[in-house]
Design a protein around this ligand. Structure first.
Ligand code: PEP
Length: 247
């Protein structure tokens, strides 16, 4: 099965930069990866057009916790779907940190995505302090329980869970392989308790994100449980994307 390679451009590219990079990515041939790009929201439709009929899929970087109505500045799941998104990043640590997103709000966003046929790329991970305190497993369990615990109609729906330790994002310090396996086991255990082991094994892809680049991605490839990668900084340049895909 193909692994996922998600390019999270965050708030980094202008309209013309996004269109240019999308056109370059659309030309890439990858038999090993399902490529997904997540541009800034105003450029979703333009990037969808630039991707054309290529196999590259589109993701939103977020969506609203409500279906429609008076929520100034928000964009609903139905809207991102109509803009061409098959996926949406939900619960990114930067939104938790800078915008105060709670696990409960993230749960409502997950529900919106599920209700509207948008596959969530659900991000979770511990901070440096939590890691040092030996709390990684319990933090992952809490994040999963509080956000995923109440989701209805999850059965049969695909879910991407991206383990992104906060301390690894943009820091140049990627997670160690043993720690990644521990996190995978904690996530599998939690989802098995909250939904079922069968659901996890058949519908969940476990991704890693945090300081990936052409220099270190190859080290993760032998991990059989790893369903793919969520890449921030290194996904902004076509040369670096190629290095990672060719790793
Ligand atoms: C991210 O923020 O999702 C991420 C993985 O960032 P970076 O690759 O820059 O660490």
């Amino acid at each position: 099965m193909k692994r996922y390679f998600v390019a999270n451009w965050k708030m980094n590219l202008t309209h013309s930069d996004s269109i240019q990079l999308a056109r370059q990515i659309a030309k890439l041939k990858s038999s090993r990866y399902q490529l997904i790009v997540a541009p800034s929201e105003p450029y979703l439709v333009g990037v969808a057009k630039a991707l054309g009929r290529s196999s590259v899929k589109l993701s939103a970087q977020d969506l609203a916790a409500w279906p429609a109505g008076s929520f100034t500045g928000e964009t609903s799941a139905a809207m991102v779907k109509e803009a061409g998104c098959r996926y949406a990043i939900i619960g990114h640590s930067e939104r938790r940190q800078h915008l105060g997103e709670s696990t409960e709000l993230i749960g409502r966003k997950l529900q919106q995505a599920i209700d509207h046929g948008v596959t969530p790329i659900f991000c979770l991970g511990e901070t440096e302090a939590e890691r040092r305190a030996g709390q990684t497993k319990s933090v992952l369990m809490q994040q999963l329980k509080q956000s995923l615990g109440k989701i209805k109609n999850l059965a049969g729906k695909k879910l991407l869970i991206a383990y992104e330790p906060v301390w690894a994002i943009g820091s140049g310090r990627a997670v160690g392989l043993d720690d990644l396996e521990q996190a995978y086991m904690a996530v599998r255990h939690a989802v098995s308790m909250l939904v079922s082991a069968e659901y996890f094994d058949s519908k969940v892809s476990f991704l890693y994100g945090g300081s990936l680049s052409g220099d270190n991605l190859a080290a993760f490839l032998p991990l059989p449980f790893l369903g793919g990668f969520l890449v921030g900084g290194a996904s902004l340049k076509i040369e670096e994307i190629k290095r990672m895909l060719d790793a």
